[in-house]
Ligand binder design. Sequence first.
Ligand SMILES: NC(=O)c1ccc[n+]([C@@H]2O[C@H](COP(=O)([O-])OP(=O)(O)OC[C@H]3O[C@@H](n4cnc5c(N)ncnc54)[C@H](O)[C@@H]3O)[C@@H](O)[C@H]2O)c1
Ligand SMILES: [Zn+2]
Length: 447
Amino acid sequence: MAAAAPSFCPNRTISLSTPSHNHNQLTSLHSLRRFSVSSSSISSRCRLLFDSNNRILTPTVKASAAATPVMDQPTSSSSSAVPTTVDVDLGDRSYPIYIGSGLLNQPDLLQRHVHGKQVLVVTNSTVAPLYLDKTIWALTDKNPNIKVESVILPDGEQFKNMETLMKVFDKAIESRMDRRCTFVALGGGVIGDMCGYAAASYLRGVNFIQIPTTVMAQVDSSVGGKTGINHPLGKNMIGAFYQPQCVLIDTDTLNTLPDRELASGLAEVIKYGLIRDAKFFEWQEKNMHALLARDPNAFAYAIKRSCENKAEVVSLDEKESGLRATLNLGHTFGHAIETSSGYGHWFHGEAVAAGTVMAVDMSYRLGWIDDSLVKRVDMILQQAKLPTTPPEAMTVEMFKSVMAVDKKVADGLLRLILLKGPLGNCVFTGDYDRKALDDTLHAFCKS
Ligand SMILES: NC(=O)c1ccc[n+]([C@@H]2O[C@H](COP(=O)([O-])OP(=O)(O)OC[C@H]3O[C@@H](n4cnc5c(N)ncnc54)[C@H](O)[C@@H]3O)[C@@H](O)[C@H]2O)c1
Ligand SMILES: [Zn+2]
């Protein structure tokens, strides 16, 4: 069977339909996987690969976030003084992600990305007592000319809003931060999103460094430049794409992270396996106990592989024309849970976990995946001690009203990320039977 040539669709907003296809022209996934694209050649315009069913494919990318073969066992120790580096390849906005143990003890890593003489560290009341002094030391060691200010925000998703954001601007203006200053986000995803958005808009954009300290932030939110705040009617509704100068992941910071927060971050790790990296998912199935036991080697590997996956996707589709949306598996249902139950009650990863189960259920109802995959998803989320059903108080109407303002609604059509085909394949589509969505909502809600 001759393989059809993959088509490139620059700047196309994807509403994936499933046209009736000629089986003779069905493109072999295997042959497409061998097709390679240099991400540097496509960094400024999104180009996506489709098979003959108009499904987004994951090409083999020669990105600088080199896709290392996934092994059954992690390869390197996290305690090495030399950080592992994963590059996010975005042309003149490219940047390194440094991953390793003890990186906050290496001032040069941070200092080489600070321009100008003023730094504003944005953190919160939980993280500040743990890591603020160390961060200030890393910024100022043998660097007496640098002036570091800090702003300590209240802790919690419920504070990811305009009022709290203003505290960052207040501090920056009071301290007379100029255009060459650098904002440093020290904390989890909430701090990263808020500090990034502040950096994107202060004086129309200043330097920005991410020092993520939760699993969620180290495997996902600190990479890729999505920044923003919540609105009472919807999560992350106000924001900007704004890339940092670097991401510094000191894996030692996870030592102080509570178990529930650690599990929450694992929901995003599992997501990468489901949408695009079957081997990584299989590795997770074998190593979940090691992750929960905080095995440093297992964590170093999970963080690196997650960052590589995210870096590849972001390099191909920085502004979310299509491919990047697949990183939101489970998030449309999950955001509805977070928004309806009051920000902060359900952790982001917990809501994503329950949302992933719902997306997988819907994929199965559509006949797009087989039931063994449904069981594996349920099993791994339970192993990770994550919820697999939404809160009991959620109703079908609550889901529908929040989902109606989701950012993935286009022309009134709600597009969803659903699994389709073998493990590691997904679609971003508005072309599905509405009954399947209704059936899923009714299956998971009492009313
Ligand atoms: N921008 C993106 O691409 C993206 C991706 C995923 C998630 N997010 C956002 O990230 C947020 C969730 O991030 P999160 O799960 O990190 O939540 P979070 O930032 O609220 O952090 C979780 C908790 O852990 C505490 N904490 C942080 N580091 C710690 C440490 N090392 N030791 C002890 N405690 C520590 C925090 O103070 C907080 O109480 C959500 O707002 C979500 O929308 C954004
Ligand atoms: Zn998420």
